[in-house]
Design a protein around this ligand. Structure first.
Ligand code: COA
Length: 276
């Protein structure tokens, strides 16, 4: 992350990040640790988490790598408890774990649709619920990782759009219900971010140029730019911000996604093999 935030911004605080083993969520974990927070990352693969945890050690904070599938409420709650016990507190929770695949609605099986809803939406609820008691103690905050698909319909992404729209609604309800406990609840909407798994799946079929044309700032974003906003939202810099959906998308939402949606509906694109 660019060195623009005080390295003491979250000193003495602790964070828990689901999906923290890679991509945007790992970048957020780096951001949080770089400003002084102890950080637990949680994901499905212990091996991937251990690798990420080794990288995170560079910040000199306590780092935990706790494997759990966010769909398993009991296992996830166990991971949250372990983090809170080890760090002595939890101040910031990032619900970032997500699943995605690219398929037209008519080709998605009920189980496929449910898998994404379960990981993204239900998993986010499990995360918030497991963290509630700890966040109440610290007057902490929860940050959900949403997506533009929540409000910009996008071909081959109906399951993701439905899940992310649900996340934004959950975020707003928790902001309202938990505000009286001093808990803040917000969503972050990353736009097209270079090098991420999500972009590999979404940009591959239509090429980078079409995406860049659709972005007001005319470029892909960087994971560090998403992490910087996540850190701000998790910090006292955002102490009066709750119930907000903040897009870090270079202005993508301003132009809509019609052209890209039409391009990805082309059978030649639609039937391409999955990226490996
Ligand atoms: N097209 C259509 N259906 C698909 C699919 C695709 N490309 N990939 C998976 N599915 C379906 C499966 O066929 C299955 O449905 P079925 O039982 O009716 O056949 C269902 O989704 C669950 O698949 P499974 O692989 O058993 O689930 P999982 O829990 O292991 O994986 C996913 C979850 C589906 C989200 C998977 O894509 C995944 O793990 N992705 C990795 C994380 C990721 O997507 N990161 C990017 C975030 S932006």
């Amino acid at each position: 992350m660019p060195d623009l935030l005080s390295p003491a911004l979250l000193r003495g605080k602790a964070a828990f990040v689901t999906g923290g083993g890679s991509g945007v969520n790992l970048a957020i974990a780096h951001g949080l640790a770089s400003v002084g927070a102890d950080v637990a990352i949680c994901g499905r693969s212990q091996e991937r988490l251990d690798e990420a945890a080794t990288q995170l050690q560079v910040h000199g904070r306590k780092i935990l790598a706790l494997s759990a599938d966010v769909r398993d409420a009991a296992r996830l709650a166990g991971a949250v408890d372990t983090a809170a016990r080890t760090f002595g507190r939890l101040d910031a929770v990032v619900a970032g774990a997500a699943g995605n695949f690219f398929a037209p609605a008519q080709d998605i099986s009920p189980n496929g649709f449910r898998a994404v809803i379960d990981i993204d939406l239900v998993g986010s609820f499990h995360t918030a619920r497991a963290a509630f008691a700890y966040l109440k103690q610290t007057q902490g905050s929860i940050l959900f990782v949403s997506a533009g698909q929540a409000y910009l319909p996008f071909a081959n992404q109906c399951h993701v759009g439905a899940a992310k729209a649900g996340i934004d609604n959950l975020m707003a309800n928790l902001a309202l219900e938990w505000g009286r406990f001093g808990i803040r609840s917000n969503s972050l909407v990353p736009g097209p971010i270079a090098g991420t798994e999500g972009m590999k799946r979404l940009a591959g079929p239509v090429g980078a140029t079409m995406w860049i044309d659709a972005v007001a700032l005319q470029r892909f974003g960087d994971v560090a730019e998403v992490a910087a906003m996540a850190v701000v939202l998790c910090s006292p810099l955002a102490s009066y911000v709750t119930g907000a959906r903040i897009a870090v998308d270079g202005g993508l939402a301003l132009s809509g996604l019609g052209a890209i949606s039409r391009a990805v509906s082309d059978p030649a694109v639609r039937d391409r093999p999955e990226p490996t």
